[in-house]
Design a binder for this molecule. Structure first.
Ligand code: PLP
Length: 639
């Protein structure tokens, strides 16, 4: 557990139990010891063909813990409640969840449900997000704030105004100055009085990866001059009372509370100025940015860590708003935040399996290939000299020289192979000799490549796109010292489809040897790894590179009884047919085409054609990932 820093990034939700498995604490610090859930047991249950009504989900698997989601929401709310109460702040906190972080229906519905006691709202950044937010709030808490951010056209603005007509607590936040004309125009046509917010471009900027959103040259928001023009125009249309909210977003993963207080303070000044200019201001919306400590280092110098707690964040925000408003004699505004990462990251764990490990560090010498001494006479003069020098250096114990001669020998033999004067067996023998030398001298690269049944592009897109690191840990065998170090290589035919950077600045991960299942075959006992803290953005961003679709999903709640849990939902990931449909294919037609071809060409007709067609149907219905040997397949059907 120490090697993987579980105590750092995992607290208070993840720990390692006495079985050596990752244990989930669904209620955070309030989890009683008997409520802990062994993650390995969840994975076994989800993938067991005999449980969950015979569903037998394929990996990769996302395991969601709604209890964690609930705990995150309540922790955020109570951190602000505490800061407000202890600082004598005279307005309340109103959280909204930015659905872009994870638009999954069950995640959004859970958030609305768990947050209904404190009227937690939603934030949308596009038309489909607005549609889903509207319907979820209708079914949940209609008083929760509905913040409409993002670039808007007439249709978006009309939809937001319809939401107001439906008595949803909707605010249209102007992201660009031009949106104002549309808001004025459409609200007149629809006969709705809009509530308007504006997004300010702050001068405060954070320097980390996610900071490019902020600063004077940031992508979003209105400049000081534009804000003044908006106020003037609203005044001209007698709509200044509609302007009620100031929004800004410093960037995700704000590294420190000092930067946070700086930005919030600047925004509070703008807020106070808007009050002075006559707007009916009520809400200051501080955007997202509450960070996650992905590597457990509590450092403000890293994009994957932050140096503050939830409570320190909330207290810094409340203090910064209060200071400015008190100085300016402005009534304390409702504080709204749009935390996404901090709400949904912890609740979902991606579990995947290592299916094989490359063996390029195991010595191939002496091997079944002919020893190099049998074909020394085929080597060129230089290569032969290298071989002789290598042998002599080995006898003298001059290891540095051994390495140099071995490397020279290898290069010359590769040249000879390219010219056609050495065969494959001979080249393999040379490779084997060189590996043997480095192994014997103890300088061989001990890093193995573990092949994982996963697509990095689909499931960890931020690793590929922006180099973001997530904690990755075997979810079992943690009571056993890892014997090797490895990098993870995914299933895609893409050299970027690998994970070779890990938290703590490591370029490889301590891993256990794949256990043989006995019987001398290549099969091994399953070795499961988990990627943690990826509940925000990763599922929402993932693409279908190589047509690998999303993972299977189970939803797991803590239930009565010691260490017991209930799987409250189980959904297989998209099938091959589903991902083909994304690219405009029609799997049913494809199947028919291939079936006709079977009928035309399958040799003995009758049952074998039928078996082939059944097998083909399986291929469309199965997930694109590597399947367990027992599952429905072409060969199984044909047999
Ligand atoms: N609000 C806005 C406007 C954003 O752009 C973002 C993310 O970039 C968020 C909220 C969510 O931020 P975070 O996930 O850091 O909480």
């Amino acid at each position: 557990a120490l090697m993987y820093r579980v105590d750092g990034w995992g607290a208070p939700y993840f720990t390692v139990n006495s079985n050596g498995d990752v244990s989930v604490r669904p209620h955070g610090v309030n989890t009683l010891p008997h409520q802990e859930i062994d993650l390995l047991k969840v994975v076994k249950k989800a993938s067991d063909p005999k449980s969950l009504g015979g569903l037998g989900l394929q990996l990769p698997l996302v395991v969601r813990f709604p209890d964690i989601l609930k705990n995150r929401l309540e922790s955020l709310q109570s951190a602000f409640d505490f800061a407000i109460q202890s600082q004598g702040y005279e307005a309340h906190y109103q959280g909204v969840y930015p659905v872009k972080c994870n638009q999954d229906k069950f995640v959004v519905e859970d958030i609305v449900k768990f947050g209904s006691g404190f009227r937690f709202g939603l934030e949308a950044g596009s038309k489909p997000e607005l549609l889903l937010a509207m319907s979820c709030l209708c079914n949940g808490s209609a008083e929760g704030l509905l913040v409409c951010n993002g670039f808007k056209d007439v249709e978006y603005i009309s939809l937001a105004l319809v939401a107001r007509k439906l008595h949803l607590n909707t605010v249209i936040v102007l992201e660009q100055e031009e949106e104002l004309d549309t808001v004025i125009d459409v609200s007149k046509k629809l006969g709705v009085r809009p509530v308007i917010g504006l997004r300010a471009k702050l001068r405060t900027k954070h320097s980390g990866h996610f900071g490019s959103t902020s600063g004077e040259k940031g992508k979003f928001g209105l400049t000081t001059t534009q804000i003044l023009r908006v106020v003037k125009k609203l005044g001209q249309y007698e709509m200044l009372d509609c302007l009620q909210l100031l929004h800004f977003h410093i960037g995700s993963q704000i590294p420190s509370t000092s930067l946070l207080a700086d930005g919030v303070g600047e925004a509070a000044q703008i807020y106070s100025e808007l009050v002075r200019l006559g707007a009916c201001m009520r809400v200051i919306d501080i955007g997202g940015g509450l960070g996650i400590d992905y590597d457990g280092s509590k450092s403000q110098d890293s994009d994957v860590s932050v140096s503050y707690s939830l409570q320190e964040y909330a207290s810094a925000v409340v203090a910064a708003v209060r200071l400015v408003c008190d100085r300016k004699g402005v009534k304390h505004p409702i504080i709204c935040s749009e935390s996404g990462r901090a709400i949904v990251s912890h609740h979902s764990i991606l579990v995947f399996e290592a299916v094989s490990a490359s063996s390029h560090d195991s010595p191939q010498f002496p091997s079944s290939a002919p020893g190099i001494e049998y074909f020394v006479d085929q080597l060129g003069d230089d290569a032969r000299a290298d071989y002789r020098n290598l042998s002599a250096a080995a006898v003298r114990g001059e290891y540095e020289s051994c390495l140099i001669y071995a490397e020279q020998l290898k290069q010359r033999c590769v040249e000879q192979f390219k010219e056609g004067s050495l065969g494959m067996e001979q080249l393999a023998a040379v490779d084997g000799l060189c590996e043997f030398v480095s192994k014997a001298i103890g300088v061989s690269d001990p890093v193995q490549t573990y092949h994982v049944n996963l697509s990095v592009f689909t499931s960890i897109p931020d690793f590929w796109g922006i180099g973001q690191l997530f904690p990755i840990v075997p979810i079992h065998r943690l009571d056993e010292r890892p014997a090797v170090r490895g990098i993870l290589s995914d299933l895609t035919c893409d050299s970027d489809g690998k994970i070779n950077k890990f938290i703590g600045g490591e370029s490889s991960l301590p891993l256990h040897k794949l256990d043989s299942n006995g019987g001398g075959n290549a099969e091994h006992a399953p070795y499961y790894l988990g990627m943690f803290l990826g509940g925000a953005y990763e599922e929402a961003l993932g693409g279908v590179h190589n047509l690998f679709g999303g993972p299977s999903v189970v939803r797991v709640s803590q239930s009565n009884g010691p260490h017991s849990f209930a799987v409250t939902r189980a959904v297989p990931g998209p099938s091959c047919g589903d991902v083909l449909r994304v690219m405009q294919y029609e799997p049913e037609l494809m199947f028919q085409t291939l079936k006709h071809r079977i009928e035309e060409f399958a040799d003995d007709g009758g049952s074998s054609s039928l078996a082939l067609a059944n097998g083909l149907a399986c291929s469309f219905n199965n997930m694109p990932y590597l399947a367990a040997a027992s599952s429905c397949s072409l060969t199984a059907a044909a047999a």
